[in-house]
Design a protein around this ligand. Structure first.
Ligand code: DWN
Ligand code: SAH
Length: 406
């Protein structure tokens, strides 16, 4: 039986998605025969409430010099991170020469706001190609994986931080004990760690199972995060739901007894109990919902194919790797996936080998249906794709329910 990465208790996985490739492992045809697969399974630890993968590829197989995800591909996310930075500057940077560290700073989408305001900052980004984009924007970045050893080096070279930030990064790091110990060392006595990740409550409520893929080692709740940080003399002082990436939670952490704890923390923890995030049955039900979602999506796509409709995937997201592989969606159902990221274009989707094509191939010849793999960006995408619907095109979504939008 697998052991919990946080508390070492044993637990049973509640779902297996079967063999999965690297979610961002877009590849060329000559790489098909050597493609790497692992078994994607997720479990719930009854003892500390952490939901997690039971197996993960080595970090260097996911995060490297050809990492395919560039944060700045979404304008909505650019605005979100500007507002995130503004909140940090207004509420949390009170010292005269504050120092901000961001883990997983990618192409600098968040730190550019601190750099622009002349605030001392440092990004930690192990994927060299995206780190390079940030460096070219003038953002101080070191290309390494964050852990306790690196945190101690940063303290020696730069001193402790007023704020440590991370967005969609903490859930990527299986060695969270080392990260928490590193944060304890790096954070000033009255500093704050502020991070956000896709929220377990949203995944359960919306059956957004495509958040489960190799990079996401964990699916956090306020309960599991509190459990982890209290072992390092820290506590959750605030939680703030965010409507990005399909429902995220922002957590504010401080050294114990240094800051006032917002009543939102206890309120969120009691909501989690009501939602059943502390019970195995909730995840058994999630598995049944995931299975129904797969059945309904495949029935819809197969029926449309029988009616000779053209279906194109919209946005070659990491999440689409889970959906296409788990549901077995191949190029006979989805002609190609349109994506705006140059590094993905001309390649094939991991595992299912659907061609990934530049966006203009979608816009120049609208299909009958677009399967929205970037459903978390629906608002932004629908706003710019009005021509598609005017031309009679229809969107297929599968979160929170499989349906064709009329
Ligand atoms: O946690 C993670 C999140 C933050 O980002 C990472 N593990 C990887 C990544 O996940 P994702 O790939 O599911 O991210 P997005 O932001 O849902 O999708 C980005 C992809 O969508 C890019 O390839 C660009 C594409 N896209 C597009 O083609 N047209 C995106 C938008 C908004 C568009 O209009
Ligand atoms: N913060 C960005 C990027 C999220 S993608 C955003 O929200 O858009 C996850 C990022 O975490 C990748 O850029 C990856 O290279 C980075 N990462 C993975 N493991 C890491 C670690 N141990 N320390 C710091 N960054 C890490």
């Amino acid at each position: 039986m697998p052991q919990c990465l946080i508390c070492q208790a044993q637990f049973e996985p509640f779902i297996s998605f079967g063999k999965m490739p690297i979610a961002n492992g877009f590849l060329s045809a000559d790489q098909f025969t050597d493609e790497y697969f692992f078994e994607l399974k997720a479990g719930f630890c009854q003892n500390c409430n952490m939901v997690q993968l039971t197996e993960q590829p080595d970090r260097e197989m996911m995060f490297h010099q050809d990492y395919a995800f560039f944060s700045s591909t979404s304008t909505r996310m650019g605005i979100h991170f500007r507002q995130f930075a503004e909140l940090v500057i207004k509420d949390y940077l009170k010292s005269s020469d504050p120092f901000v560290v961001e883990l997983g700073s990618n192409d600098g989408i968040m730190l550019q706001n601190f750099a622009g305001a002349g605030i001392r900052h440092l990004g930690i980004e192990p994927s060299a190609n995206v780190a390079q984009v940030a460096i070219e924007k003038g953002i101080a970045t070191i290309c390494e994986f964050f852990d306790e050893a690196l945190a101690k080096r940063i303290v020696q070279e730069h001193g402790q931080a007023d704020a440590i930030l991370a967005a969609n990064v903490m859930c990527h790091i299986p060695y969270l004990h080392s990260v928490a110990a590193g944060i304890r060392a790096l954070l000033k006595p009255d500093g704050v760690l502020i991070f956000e990740d896709p929220y377990l409550g949203d995944i359960v409520e919306k059956t957004s199972y495509d958040q489960i893929y190799d990079e996401h080692a964990f699916y956090f709740s306020a309960a599991s995060i509190s459990y982890l940080f209290q072992q390092y003399g820290m506590e959750v002082i605030d939680v703030m739901p965010q409507n990005v990436h399909g429902g995220s939670m922002r957590y504010v952490i401080a050294h114990k007894a240094k800051k006032r704890i917002s009543p939102a923390v206890a309120a969120q923890r009691s909501k989690e109990k009501q939602l059943g995030l502390d019970r195995r049955q909730t995840f058994e039900q999630l598995r049944r919902n995931i299975e129904s979602c797969r059945r309904e999506l495949m029935e819809l796509l197969t029926r449309l194919r029988e009616h000779r409709k053209r279906i194109v995937g919209y946005a070659a997201t990491s999440k689409s790797t889970t959906v296409t592989n788990y549901c077995e969606i191949t190029a006979d159902l989805v002609e190609f996936i349109s994506d705006t990221t140059p590094i993905k274009q001309g390649k094939y989707s991991p595992g299912t080998h659907i061609p990934v094509r530049p966006y203009h191939e979608f816009a120049d010849n609208f299909p009958d249906y677009a399967l929205l793999f970037g459903w978390n960006h629906a608002k932004e995408i629908f706003a710019k794709e009005q021509e598609f619907t005017k031309a009679g095109g229809k969107w297929i979504v599968y979160v929170p329910k499989v349906k064709v939008l009329e």
